[in-house]
Design a protein around this ligand. Structure first.
Ligand code: FAD
Length: 476
């Protein structure tokens, strides 16, 4: 008998760790660990609970069941292994600092009892340490990483285990045991309030549907449209990558089928452009695996430190989506409505916070961590550090995004802004893009409830560049 410990691999198919466990009878478990939940947020827990319901239903349809236990994983996992008479415990490797610490504790506790820990490579195509420069354990420049990632062979998806391999944890009685709860707890049971945003649907069926629909149409326009927030042109798979309701190999296999169906070279390039974004996730995960403090510390430290201003009123206006910069405010409001923000807009709002407002990127990271359904330590911390010019392969500090130009270029008809900023719903797109230049009277006539810009971008750009020059020690 084996135990399979589900964490961020909430699926049966294309699960290498589960497949490995299912070479014998397997009991699948999920642990609601208070140490992990301490870092969670309502929207993410809501997504997780839905994914767990969907996974449990999948097991039950096949005569098995998913055991849900509560407590510190290092105590619960060995206890469950004893209870079910398991010889080995498998899990899919995870690479954040917190996950690595937890896994070391569980490994030690299992070994103490003579049980076999089986961490299995599952979440990435190429694990940290497998794509490296001549010197060093990971790349810090994406283009070099991408060339190797792109050319490496990928594994095929793995089948779901046979129903015959799924042990019934109740031993046929249907009863729950001491270490399990019969029903999956609610958000309130776990001490979380309802999320402010409407969470996306995080089930296996939703993930497959999203993958198939994306790969049968939008993928062929990806390169050209992925930066247009109003276009709904990206896969929206990030929340499924986060919880593992989709497997990396099945996503890649879908891109292979899309390549076979492509009719033009341009379409093939679109598929490659999508794969490039998948590789970005692996690049950042490698960086995090070797730099666990990426989530709290500057990856590139400046000699004199950065003189963050952290003005509380400006930070509050940014969080509320009331900066008077329409594209920034639309992004901040999309976050609180949907728990997701378009990538181009994530970059714009992050640049505005860290450069125009000179607020420490950690404030932005924390806000995203609380509100994003797809929050993922590697992508989130690296995304913030990219914008703050402190990260691996980051935006140079002197290239500050101009929010007006970004709005005009990527949301020319202000469709995105008008969707998320109702005060501007009836405004003319040109006036939206020129909001900072309109007279106070004109602004009051167009949208009396929408704020004037809280800062002057041109001035703040100069201030940010000067702050970074001082941080570099190159201002004299
Ligand atoms: C400040 C900031 C914070 C971010 N925080 C997160 C986060 O917490 N979680 C998260 O998954 N992504 C994050 N990203 C990256 C990116 O914005 C999202 O992955 C993307 O918007 C998700 O939408 P999608 O699935 O439709 O993406 P697609 O365009 O369909 O891309 C497919 C997949 O590729 C990966 N991907 C795409 N873009 C990036 C990128 N720039 N960096 C790393 N991986 C990428 C994701 O896994 C994504 O699901 C952040 C970016 C920035 C600038």
């Amino acid at each position: 008998m084996n135990l399979h410990w589900h964490r961020r691999d909430l699926r049966g198919p294309d699960n290498r760790a589960l497949a490995r466990a299912a070479t014998d009878a397997v009991v699948p478990v999920f642990v609601l660990d208070p140490t992990v939940l301490e870092y969670a947020s309502p929207i993410r827990v809501a997504c997780m609970l839905e994914a767990l319901e969907s996974l449990r239903a999948w097991y039950r349809e096949r005569g098995g069941d998913l055991v849900i236990a509560r407590g510190e994983a290092s105590a619960v996992i060995p206890r469950l292994a004893d209870e079910y008479g398991a010889d080995a415990v498998s899990w899919a490797e995870d690479y954040s600092g917190l996950a690595a610490e937890r896994d070391r504790a569980v490994t030690a506790a299992l070994e103490d009892r003579g049980l076999e820990p089986r961490p299995v490579r599952d979440a990435l195509h190429h694990e940290p340490g497998s794509i490296t420069p001549n010197k060093g354990d990971h790349y810090s420049v994406f283009s070099y990483f991408w060339k190797k990632w792109r050319d490496r062979e990928k594994l095929d998806p793995v089948d779901a285990p046979d129903a015959a391999a799924l042990a019934d944890p109740s031993g046929g009685t249907g009863a729950s045991t001491d270490a399990t709860t019969d029903s999956i707890p609610s958000l309130a049971d776990l001490g979380f309030a309802d999320p402010e945003a409407t969470p996306p649907t995080v089930t296996r069926a939703a993930a497959r549907e999203r993958l198939e629909s994306f790969c049968s149409g939008p993928i062929y326009r990806y390169d050209e449209t992925r930066d247009v927030p109003a276009a709904d042109a990206t896969s929206r798979l990030s929340v499924h990558h986060k919880w593992g309701t989709i497997g990396p190999r099945e996503v890649y296999a879908a891109t292979e089928r899309a390549l076979e169906r492509a009719e033009t070279e341009a379409q093939r390039e679109d598929v490659t452009a999508f794969r490039r974004q998948l590789a970005f996730h692996e690049f950042y995960t490698h960086v995090l695996a070797f730099n666990p403090d990426l989530v709290v510390a500057d990856f590139t430290a400046y000699e004199n430190g950065i003189d963050w201003r952290n003005d509380p009123d400006e930070l509050a206006a940014w969080k509320a989506g009331r900066t008077g910069y329409p594209i920034v405010d639309a992004g901040m409001r999309q976050l609180r409505t949907e728990g997701w923000v378009h990538n181009r807009v994530r970059m714009i709002v992050a640049s505005f916070l860290t450069a125009d407002l000179l607020v420490d990127w950690r404030e932005g990271y924390d806000w995203y961590r609380q509100h994003l359904a797809d929050h993922e330590s590697a992508n989130d911390a690296a995304g913030w550090q990219w914008a703050a010019s402190t990260g691996p392969d980051a935006q140079p500090y002197f290239r500050v995004f101009n929010p007006m130009k970004q709005g005009r270029e990527y949301d020319p008809d202000a469709e995105y802004v008008r969707e998320y900023v109702p005060e501007l719903a009836d405004a003319d797109p040109d006036e939206i893009h020129d909001w900072h230049d309109l007279s106070a009277d004109r602004r009051a006539a167009v949208a009396p409830d929408y704020p004037a810009p809280i800062v002057d971008h041109a001035e703040r750009r100069e201030r940010a560049i000067a702050a970074f020059e001082r941080a570099r020690g190159s201002d004299s």
